[in-house]
Design a protein around this ligand. Sequence first.
Ligand SMILES: CC(C)(COP(=O)(O)OP(=O)(O)OC[C@H]1O[C@@H](n2cnc3c(N)ncnc32)[C@H](O)[C@@H]1OP(=O)(O)O)[C@@H](O)C(=O)NCCC(=O)NCCS
Length: 138
Amino acid sequence: MITIKENENNVEEFNTLYDQVGWGHYDEAVSKRALDNTYYSISVYDDNSIIGFGRLIGDTICFMYIHDVMVSPNYQNRKIGTLIMTKLLDKVKELKKENPDIRVYLGASKNKEGFYEKFGFVKRIDDNLGYGMILKGD
Ligand SMILES: CC(C)(COP(=O)(O)OP(=O)(O)OC[C@H]1O[C@@H](n2cnc3c(N)ncnc32)[C@H](O)[C@@H]1OP(=O)(O)O)[C@@H](O)C(=O)NCCC(=O)NCCS
């Protein structure tokens, strides 16, 4: 049975999914700090096995970021990602009661843009928006 938990933030599960989607996991201490500083997260399970995750970080009033949306490969294309995004965006709706103009960002992995477009995200650049930018290492 598919179930969800809010704010579970289990380091082992987080790192398991990171490995499963091919990103290679962080050290435990790094993942723990990242999760400790998460505003809101969704973990999805099939019985007791982690199969999906996504989280929101940010200042809760001006800028929020969606990160680490991951679905275990065997469960992809079964609307688990949709479930995660819906829950994260429901939480954003709550924040919008305080500031309707709150901005929600994400950085899509290459070729995943179409998934996020289904939830109303647009690619920067457009008529009003410059490029999203990222600081690269040396
Ligand atoms: C991207 C990801 C989260 C999507 O989750 P999912 O559970 O497979 O997606 P869903 O089944 O909810 O798909 C919802 C819709 O998005 C579409 N979609 C899924 N992946 C897509 C992609 N890469 N490009 C375009 N559309 C996509 C589906 O076809 C579906 O369309 P429909 O509503 O018209 O049927 C999942 O594939 C994943 O975890 N990938 C590896 C990690 C990753 O890259 N995460 C994104 C980080 S930025």
